[in-house]
Ligand binder design. Sequence first.
Ligand code: GDP
Length: 314
Amino acid sequence: MQPQSRIYVAGHRGLVGSAIYRQLQQQGYTNVITATRQELDLRDELAVRRWFDQQQPEYVFLAAAKVGGILANATYPVDFLQDNLQIQTNVIAHSFRTGVKKLLFLGSSCIYPKFAPQPIKEEYLLTGALEPTNQWYAVAKIAGIKLCQAYRQQYGWSAICAMPTNLYGPGDNFDLQTSHVLPALIRKFHEAKVQGQPQVTVWGTGTPRREFLYVDDLADACIFLMQHYDDPEIINVGTGEDLSIKELAALVQKIVGYQGEIVYDTSKPDGTPRKLLDISRLQALGWQAQTPLALGIEKTYEWYLAHAQGCTKA
Ligand code: GDP
């Protein structure tokens, strides 16, 4: 990938795509192309076909996806399965057809079996049953991985697959019904502080463990992989450290400066007990995450204060 290469970031308005877009600009790539959802519906095969014929990108970061937290997955199973299958199949197929040199597909750590040994190695894919709360998304992402591997096997095409752990950062979704845990906690603690509420409710038991990667670090890893990785095997992207939801809640509470009490709503699902990625494959290539969790949460809270307040409904 050269500074003047024609690079398409699919999903540039989303958490991941916007971070990749920012990072490419910062690193001096001058020919990055994008399309908004209004300009190009990636679920529409004909529209994607025409767009690729016209635009002819050389490199593609496939960061477009229907995403959401534990409740959103359970509420919109068709969207999570069908939209993602359509988006990824259209982008992968027409990238190949129009001569894209290399494509990076973004998966997720939820593709791994619910009870995978920890930390999770790439080879544990498809060795056990999935976590039911996000199976729809996981099955779509697994199909995307297999499609990339199939194109490589049948045509020798350079499609690579990165599996990020739970992500957070500027541009995240702070809607309490559909968001992931970290932005939800920032918003809950902030609103409770401002409104003087005595309690904040955290879902589940607080015992599940999660690993969190700052999205700008993921973007850096994606560009690094585009430059240095060309292998059929999927590759994990994480920090190598996790913490319990209870520990996360305490950390967010402190950063936001909320004095009240935390209560747990155990009628809400815990999801998978733990999903810490084994990142030795990525480390061996020489990449490591840079942003400590507390700093990342501070930056995300700053972003929330500047952009997101009042924009989302409870
Ligand atoms: P997951 O990693 O796919 O399970 O997705 P989430 O980020 O939505 O949830 C992670 C964990 O945080 C689960 O155990 C949730 O029950 C827990 N959690 C606690 N409070 C919240 C909250 O307010 N929103 C969400 N989405 N999850 C929460």
